[in-house]
Structures are given as C-alpha cells and as structure tokens.
Design a protein around this ligand. Structure first.
Ligand SMILES: [Zn+2]
Length: 313
C-alpha cells in the first residue's frame, strides 16, 4: 500500500519543487472558479470572460508550503497557455524596473549577455549600451527592440516545457554567454529547479546568473492579487526558499538584495487600501502576499534579486 502511494501522481505533486522534501502541508485548497473571478476583477474583465478550467484542466488547485525551506507552491502546477495570455493582454512589465537598474551594476563591458524572458526588451536595450553583446529571448513576440549593433533577439524557445533549456543560441562575439539574466520568470515555471540546474550547467566557469522573483513576504496595497495565483504564478518565493533552490542547483550567491519601500505615504495609503481590499476578498489566506503584518513587512518591496555563479564544489 505504501509503495502504491509513493509512486502515485498525487503524492509526487506534494513534493517540494525546491528542496524535494516530502514534508509539505496544505495551506489552502482553492477553486479555479474563484481565481477566475479574482483575475477578472483585477483586470476589469467581464464576469465569466476567463475559463481557466476548460478542457481537461482540474477545477481545483492546492496551495502547499514546505516545512523545510518554507517555499509555497501550487499543485498541480498548471501554467497559463497562450489563450490565457492573449485574453489578459499585455502584462509584461514596461520600462526599466528596480531589478533591471540594479542588474546594470553587475555587468562588465566585455560581457556577452543572454536575457531569458526578455518581455518587451526594456532591460536588453539598456544592457546593450553596457556590454559587448545582448541576446534577448522571450516566448511571446512582445519584444520591441530598437535596432542596435550590440543587440539581437532569438526567436526560438529557450525554456522547454519540462524545465530544461533548448538549444541555446550562440553568442556572436565570444565562445559562450558570460551572463544569463532571468527577471520575474521562475515564479511561472512548473519545474524551476530543473531550469536553474540547466542554467548552472550552461554557464561557463566564471559566468553569472542574475535573476529576480516576486517576494511573497512583501507589502502591497492589495490583499489578494489575481496574478499571484495560477495560472500566472505557480510559486510564492521568499528569500529562504530562493536560496534553497539556488543551493540545490549548485549555484553560489554572490549578492542578494530585497526591493524596499521607504515611503510613509505609501504605508498609510497602502494600509488603508489593503483593509478595503481585505473586506472585499471572497476567500482568506493567512500570510498572503500584500500583508502589512507583521509590521516589518511594511518596508519589504516587490522583488528579490540575486547574482549567482556556479559553485565549484
Ligand atoms: Zn522545500
């Protein structure tokens, strides 16, 4: 009986996707329908516009937390398809964000950079004036790259459905990309550890990976945000779970930063809006993204940022 349980698909969904610990517990079971209504409300879509459970997809998702690394993840991990992203429109970040600007400080003039999940290409364009070469890749065709001799885009899919990397493009100016960047991507992947491990393998000896993820222990003005849930986000990262994932992928941390909020006005206005939002929420999850409690969360901003390299162990 135990053997049957150990290999059942349901049991495998309960493994922590970061540290592989079987010791995880359910935080909340959520209906896909409640998530559809939440996303519709956030994006001002008409009621019933989303049908995330269509076809063979399950109608329920479970938020679980790992007792070891505290990672929170949704299972089954069902990412959004092209239909979902077509319907919710362009949610890619526009312009340079905090993590992009910070990353520019970690680039060197002779670097060849591969930007995975480049979105509209804002970071790739900015980086192209710092490094010798930038290749921008994204699964959607939303990149709006300004022609530039140091910058080119890769049309193929770098990230595979199983989490591995496909055939990486070759840089034009050197034998390998010395830096890979991946901003706000890991939270969307069903198998983030496989992707991190594949990147660790692909990096040259002195190469670096620069990445950012949303910080689940942050303060924001909303109690519940639809795009923090499946099918958009499949993981809620925190500093501890991100470090556990990097260690498991044999990546050593050179630098780590958390985005900060230093604005009393944002705290007051945000807390007020948070209370209104909480009253409107139709289901409750403790320690949600956006919670101002405990008070130390007030300074915690949206993103976690790391610069890592291959661990020589
Ligand atoms: Zn874990």
């Amino acid at each position: 009986m135990d053997k049957v349980r150990a290999v059942s698909p349901t049991a495998s969904c309960h493994l922590c996707p970061v540290c592989q610990s079987p010791s995880t517990h359910e935080v909340k079971s959520l209906s896909i329908e409640s998530l559809e209504r939440l996303i519709e409300r956030d994006l001002s879509l008409t009621n019933g516009a989303l049908d995330l459970g269509g076809g063979q997809r399950p109608r329920q998702t479970e938020l679980r937390e790992c007792r070891g690394c505290t990672h929170r993840f949704f299972t089954p991990p069902e990412p959004g398809g092209s239909d979902f992203y077509r319907l919710i429109g362009e949610v890619a970040y526009t312009g340079l964000r905090w993590d992009h600007e910070l990353a520019l400080n970690f680039l060197k003039p002779n670097d060849a950079l591969l930007d995975i999940g480049a979105g509209n290409g804002a970071f790739a364009v900015a980086a192209s004036s710092v490094v010798s070469e930038v290749c921008a890749s994204d699964f959607s065709a939303s990149m709006k790259l300004t022609p530039n001799p140091n910058l080119w885009s890769f049309d193929g899919s770098v990230l595979q459905a199983d989490g591995g990397l496909g055939d990486l493009p070759a840089p034009k100016s050197s034998s390998a990309f010395s830096v890979i960047s991946m901003f706000q991507v890991l939270e969307h992947l069903p198998h983030p550890l496989r992707t991190l491990s594949a990147i660790a393998e692909a990096l040259p000896e002195s190469g670096r990976l620069i990445l950012s993820v949303p910080n689940s222990k942050r303060f924001s003005e909303r109690y519940l945000q639809g795009l923090d849930f499946p099918p958009h986000h499949l993981h809620w990262w925190n500093s501890r779970s991100l470090n556990a994932a990097l260690e498991a992928a044999n990546l050593a941390v050179d630098a780590e930063f958390m985005e900060r909020i230093w604005s009393p006005k944002a705290w007051v206005v945000g807390s007020w809006r948070w209370l209104i939002s909480r009253r409107q929420a139709d289901f409750k999850i403790r320690h949600m993204p956006g919670t101002p409690w405990p008070l130390r969360n007030l300074t915690r901003g949206h993103s976690l940022f790391v610069v890592v390299r291959r661990d020589k162990r």
